[in-house]
Design a protein around this ligand. Structure first.
Ligand code: DP6
Length: 360
């Protein structure tokens, strides 16, 4: 049984005056969705995701010892330029993780980030951003405590990332990650993400995710507001049970490689997420007409060709098109001729399953 207290650092062996660390962390795409949370970033249901490979945040964390250590002090930069509007989020993050990282107030930090995906693409950078920052902070802590083992390092990095943004805990280590207690997985936890513990069927090796940028604007409803709408939602209890059941079924699929079942579970999850938003109070429709056009084209193409391509959605209008690597040529030709026209400025991103955060 995991507990939060195991992540409270009590002793540091080394002295550290200054330094700098650069880390990259990827975005991830949920197959069974995290939608709804309890206090302290505890998910209302377990989720599972593919870690991505190309959509990443790269964060350089520079640190210098201060003489006074009574408050947090940090500068936040985006591509080298000051980014004041994100400061409250980082301040809140530091407040949440302080108990677990007692060194935070002893240093001045300069956090400089950039994303490998285009600006305002409608792709949330909070998962990759919070994962990158958490892993970078863990590298600082590891320098203070060189005896720390790798298992603890990654578990704690994921634990911290969750306190920044829930889904970020699934971006620390790839390639298929489960977050949240579930009866099928004794090692799963509400506190951090864990790697899928069974052998994954070769059908999922290098699985492709082409992200169609239907609406590049800022999300209409932030995830945090969205999660809140699950409190008092008339269908919440049933939805949480369904997520447990879908994760149980997907666990079998990840091992037996049944792509027909994969398609039906993943698409049902995406539509359920949007159904939850349509049936909350207040209610939202986060798809755009072009989202539906794309979905209908995917269904038609799948019916006509038998190719197991499917879609999933985040809490927005963009569409993630998921398919096995061995049908890439056919699916990419289909995307280019039938779907790209529905993207804003024809923009899309080709990504695939990846492996998590890296030290650069
Ligand atoms: C629809 O992790 O962004 O992408 O914990 O409030 O930061 P916070 O929410 P966030 O929610 C992600 C929701 C989702 C589904 C998912 O990734 O599982």
């Amino acid at each position: 049984m995991s507990s939060e207290s195991q992540f409270i650092s009590k002793k540091y062996i080394q002295e550290l005056t200054e330094g700098s660390i650069t880390v990259s962390a990827p975005s991830n795409i949920a197959l069974v969705k995290y939608w709804g949370k309890k206090q302290h970033q505890i998910p209302a249901n377990p989720s599972i995701s593919f870690t991505l490979s190309h959509c990443k945040t790269v964060t350089t964390l520079a640190f210098a010892k201060k003489t006074q250590s009574d408050s947090f002090s940090f500068d936040l930069l985006f591509e080298g330029k000051p980014k004041e509007d994100f400061k409250p989020k980082i301040q809140k993050f530091f407040e949440r993780i302080e108990t677990y990282m007692p060194f935070l107030k002893n240093y001045h930090f300069t956090i400089d980030t950039k994303n490998t995906f285009p600006h305002s693409s409608g792709i949330a950078s909070s998962a990759s951003g919070m994962a990158a920052l958490s892993v970078a902070l863990m590298h600082v802590e590891k320098q203070l405590d060189p005896e720390m083992d790798d298992g603890h390092f990654y578990q704690k990095a994921s634990f911290l990332a969750r306190l920044g943004s829930g889904s970020a805990c699934r971006s620390v280590k790839g390639s298929v990650v489960i977050w949240g207690n579930h009866a099928d997985f004794s090692e799963s936890s509400d506190f951090y993400g864990v790697a899928f513990p069974f052998e994954i069927h070769p059908n999922f090796k290098n699985y492709q995710d082409t992200i169609l940028l239907v609406d590049k604007g800022k999300k209409e409803v932030s995830s945090t507001v969205g999660h809140d709408l699950m409190h008092g939602h008339p269908f919440a209890a049933q939805r949480f049970l369904q997520a447990h059941d879908n994760l149980h079924r997907l666990c079998a699929v990840m091992q037996n490689g049944n792509l027909t079942d994969f398609v039906s579970i993943v698409e049902s999850e995406a539509l359920t997420l949007h159904a939850m938003m349509m049936t909350s109070m207040p209610y939202f429709i986060l798809m755009k007409p072009n989202t539906l056009e794309i979905i209908n084209h995917i269904w038609k193409f799948r019916k006509e060709t038998g190719i197991p391509v499917c879609f999933t959605l985040d809490a927005g209008a963009n569409v993630h098109v998921l398919y096995p690597e061995n049908v890439s040529v056919e699916v990419l030709a289909f995307i280019k001729s039938n779907l790209v026209g529905y993207c804003e400025n024809g923009q899309y991103i080709c990504d695939a399953i990846g492996h998590g955060a890296e030290l650069i």
